[in-house]
Design a protein around this ligand. Structure first.
Ligand code: SAH
Length: 228
């Protein structure tokens, strides 16, 4: 195989990215023009290990190290669309992983706060986001099931939206507390290999759940989630 450099490589990725948009996103139920525009813009190839770059736009998850995965592009688009964000929102993401979902969200909201259990994953995600010139993201290494550390909470002390990108047995209580009233929290919920992706609206401290679809995520390991 001939190694590709610079522009050739960029052009080739741009082509497969456009194909992904057409077949895997627009061809399904991704209709929000803002989500489609961002998915067309963020280079997923930057978030996968070198050895998987040629598969960066395949219709599935890929390994990113530490037995974790970068989510399928369709699921990233669907979760982003269903979270119903806007440019004024401060969003908490649990499970930074590769940082791909973080990057997608960062382009649609005011600020993303993202937590990851493994420092190596958080660090490499930070490096990619820096390279892409994304500056409205704050990273924290720690157990996301406990919520964003109190002493570092943003001025309003609550998040407009929370997205959990790993499977939980139930929505962790500390995260519900950090959500504004009328806010949405989204997570894959379930014990087995397959979970139900749900989005819950918080109304007067109660959650009202809407089911989206079946998904397959790695587990969130933490105090208010699964045990190691
Ligand atoms: N959104 C990511 C998907 C990451 S997979 C992407 O697009 O790449 C889920 C991530 O959650 C993994 O990186 C895993 O290490 C992390 N994780 C698991 N338990 C966690 C916890 N308690 N707190 C924070 N992150 C956790």
């Amino acid at each position: 195989m001939i190694a590709m450099h610079g522009r050739d490589k960029e052009d080739r990725f741009a082509k497969v990215r456009a194909r992904m948009l057409k077949w895997h996103l627009e061809g399904r139920n991704i209709t929000d023009p803002r989500v489609l525009a961002v998915m067309a813009e963020v280079p997923r190839e930057e978030f996968v290990p070198q050895s998987y770059q040629s598969q960066a736009y395949a219709d599935g998850p890929l390994p990113i190290g530490r037995a974790q995965t970068i989510s399928q592009p369709y699921i990233v688009a669907l979760m982003t669309q269903e979270l119903r964000v806007n440019q004024d929102y401060e969003v908490l993401e649990i499970g930074t992983g590769s940082g791909y979902q973080t990057a997608v969200l960062s382009k649609l909201v005011k600020k993303v706060y993202t937590m990851e259990r493994f420092s190596v994953l958080s660090e490499s995600a930070q490096a990619v986001l820096n390279k892409l010139g994304i500056t409205n993201v704050e990273f924290y290494v720690g157990d996301g099931s406990c919520g964003w550390p109190e002493q570092r909470l943003p001025p309003l002390r609550r998040f407009d939206r929370i997205m959990i990108t790993a499977a939980v047995p139930a929505i962790p209580e500390p995260l519900v507390e950090q959500l504004v009233d009328d806010g949405f929290i989204m997570a894959p919920v379930g014990y087995g290999g397959i979970q139900e992706l749900v989005v819950c609206e918080k109304k007067k401290d109660k959650l009202f759940e809407r089911r989206i679809c079946g998904v397959r995520f790695v587990q969130l390991v933490g105090k208010y989630s699964f045990e190691e």
